[in-house]
Design a protein around this ligand. Structure first.
Ligand code: NAI
Length: 361
């Protein structure tokens, strides 16, 4: 079992997988480059204590593939990649480890550009940047894009409005009942946009700190016990903004919302669950389409960060969602399948253009 011969049923069409080790600092990293058809492979670094090397490889293969699709659909001139650092960030993370990691990224000559992900933060990217140019998600003081959840939430909001037009003929969310599961960085910003428009918002979070924030800032928002209570309440839109796998064999049959649009990655627990949603008449807006505002925000850093330019691009998620939902309907396929096709089409059509020789200026 391996990258060439297949790995646990994962698509292993990756261009390159690099193992990086620096024993003194404890660095064990794997960089996965799925595709550079559209440009350098951009995707974050996940720092996580995987149970085994196989689990780390599995994760990096899946995550890097997903980034290729996300970046393609977001209209970016970027391919897809992702990296994992194997270990407990609380115990292992150090200046030496992050800088060693930065040197390995630099050695790839720009084929891979990193960013934050679970377990890595803006301050970490500032350290990585001392060894490599190929890093985004740095702090604003260092010319970076800062916290990407700002435009992630903005993009989710745009995707919701597009879904509302598709379902109800009107993009307005005023008076619509929206339930947010996970009131963290993305969930909180999303809540703000929804309240500004007059939506009736409810939510849940396992963190008492997050709940306290909602009580203090938005006392009008109904906090419910857990995700089960949220999805079985009267909702027009359900926004999963916590962890992956939110749409599964237990939740889909009891879900009462008619639209699902949220920031969480990997919402579909397994292949076929999108069909189950469609069969119940639930309009699912693909996660990697609506949550691409974050990568749009950090990608903008490559040319020198400009928030308004990045926001304009993230606003386009509205148009892409409308186009995608129309295409899915006319072809009679679930939106998730239509999204994959649309991303693959762009990778093939635009990626192919590099075969036309154009001398560098
Ligand atoms: P976060 O860690 O700030 O927020 C997640 C929240 O979900 C936390 O408050 C946590 O307590 C809560 N939570 C966890 N398990 C829960 C459960 N079972 N029930 C209810 N609440 C639960 O993370 P962030 O940045 O807001 O990300 C949220 C999701 O969006 C993640 O899936 C992430 O991968 C995805 N995402 C985030 C992007 C970003 O720019 N921050 C970009 C694209 C995707």
């Amino acid at each position: 079992m391996g990258v060439f011969s297949g790995h646990d049923g994962v698509d292993t069409s990756h261009e390159q997988v690099v193992f990086c080790q620096d024993k003194p600092s404890g660095l064990r990293a794997i960089i996965g480059i799925y595709s550079t058809a559209l440009g350098p492979a951009l995707g974050g670094t996940r720092f996580h204590p995987y149970a085994s090397e196989a689990e780390a490889v599995h994760d990096v293969l899946e995550l890097s593939r997903a980034m290729a699709y996300k970046n393609a659909l977001a209209g970016l001139d970027l391919g897809g990649g992702k990296a994992v650092i194997w270990g407990d960030p609380d115990q292992l993370k150090s200046e030496a480890l992050l800088r060693a990691y930065g040197r390995f990224i630099e050695s790839l000559g720009g084929r891979y550009i990193t960013a934050c992900d679970v377990g890595t933060y803006v301050a970490d990217m500032d350290i990585v940047a001392r060894e490599t140019r190929w890093v985004t998600g740095r702090s604003e003081q260092h010319g970076g894009a800062g916290d990407s959840s700002v435009l992630t939430a903005w993009g989710v909001y745009q995707g919701m409005r597009a879904a509302a037009v598709h379902a109800w003929g009107d993009p307005s969310l005023a008076g619509r009942r929206v339930g947010i599961a996970g009131l963290g960085k993305v969930g909180k910003h999303l809540l703000g946009h929804l309240r500004d428009e007059g939506a009736v918002v409810s939510g849940t979070d396992v963190s008492e700190r997050a709940r306290q924030w909602v009580r203090a800032q938005h006392p009008e928002v109904a906090l419910v016990e857990d995700v089960q209570a949220l999805i079985t309440s009267e909702l027009d839109i359900y926004a999963p903004c916590a962890l992956g796998g939110a749409l599964n064999d237990e939740t889909v049959p009891v879900l009462r919302a008619s639209i699902v649009a949220g920031g969480a990655n990997n919402q579909l627990a397994h292949p076929g669950i999108d069909k189950a949603l469609a069969d119940r008449g639930v309009l699912y807006v693909p996660d990697y389409l609506v949550n691409s505002g974050g990568v749009v925000q950090v990608a903008d850093e490559i040319d020198g960060f400009n928030f308004e330019r990045a926001k304009l691009r993230a606003t386009k998620i509205y148009d892409t969602t409308r186009q995608l939902l129309a295409e899915a309907e006319s072809e009679g396929v679930p939106p998730a399948a239509a999204a994959d096709r649309m991303a693959e089409r762009r990778m093939a059509e635009v990626g192919r253009l590099r075969t036309i020789m154009a001398p560098r200026p």
